[in-house]
Design a protein around this ligand. Structure first.
Ligand SMILES: C[S@@+](CC[C@H](N)C(=O)[O-])C[C@H]1O[C@@H](n2cnc3c(N)ncnc32)[C@H](O)[C@@H]1O
Length: 246
């Protein structure tokens, strides 16, 4: 059983200082275009699974009516502050059933928390059952098995008398399984002083062919689209655009 990362639990209030909504403008616009271009129907109602602190949503809500689902009550609280006009629902992307359909389903980096093929297939099934025929599901994993490299990065922000800096180190303790590990060190500063916290995120890693096979087995017409991060990182991500046939 994978334990809940502290970032989505007792440290969730620090999320906007680790990952600022402003930094998501370019990628959110890329995802919007991807969804609109691939869709065979007009896109208005969009379901996001694993919406976290709502950073992508803070940009996408100008274009779509968003329903935001997340497993973490603490992250839903963070997102509600940023996106009060969006509907928020507590749920697990593997099993949540809202009893209605949407024009598109968006699953950003939260899909990384699917650790087995079985869980990944369940998330795809959730997208399928919530999607109108002709609608598109967009999945955006952080890594694929073919292109995975250990990576170290750092960052952080200052806001309203609080500051955070982090060091993030993603590595693969066991190349024989379907997971990788990210260790985080957070330095947190507020009016009570400075402290250091440690966090570990275990996330899924699957080959491109596995993604495409699972999507096609479910009935999606699926293909890969690439997103290149703006400089200085300029990292290339492979996303999966999956259309539910009409
Ligand atoms: C990195 S955050 C997502 C941030 C988001 N992309 C944004 O734009 O702000 C990852 C989120 O995935 C959520 N999550 C992890 N497993 C989940 C599951 N099984 N179902 C729904 N949400 C899940 C976590 O609670 C966390 O809020």
């Amino acid at each position: 059983m994978n334990s809940v990362p502290r970032l989505y639990h007792d440290l969730a209030v620090w999320w906007p200082l680790l990952s600022s909504p402003d930094d998501y403008a370019a990628e959110a616009e890329f995802y919007r275009q991807c969804i609109v271009k691939a869709s065979r129907i007009p896109v208005r109602a969009v379901l996001e699974l694993g919406s976290g602190g709502g950073n992508n949503a803070s940009h996408l809500k100008a274009h779509f009516a968003l329903t935001l689902v997340d497993l973490s009550p603490a992250m839903l609280r963070v997102s509600r502050l940023l996106n009060p006009e969006c509907e928020h629902v507590h749920g697990d992307m593997r099993e949540v059933r809202l009893g209605r359909v949407f024009d598109a389903v968006f699953v950003h980096d939260a899909v990384a928390y699917m650790l087995s093929e079985e869980d990944l297939a369940k998330a795809m099934e959730t997208a399928w059952v919530h999607l109108r025929p002709g609608g598109v599901a967009l999945f955006c994993p952080d890594h694929l098995a073919e292109t995975f490299r250990p990576v170290t990065s750092h960052g952080g922000h200052d806001r309203m008398l609080r500051s955070l800096r982090y060091l993030e180190w993603t590595w693969d303790p066991d190349p024989g399984d379907t997971t990788v590990t990210t260790d985080f060190a957070y330095i947190l500063r507020d009016n009570s002083g400075v402290r250091v916290e440690y966090d570990r995120h275990v996330t899924g890693l699957f080959p491109r062919a596995t993604w495409l096979r699972l999507l096609r087995e479910r009935g999606f017409a699926a293909e890969v689209c690439q997103f290149t991060e703006p400089p200085p990182d300029s990292r290339v991500y492979e996303d999966f655009v999956a259309v539910r046939p009409q």
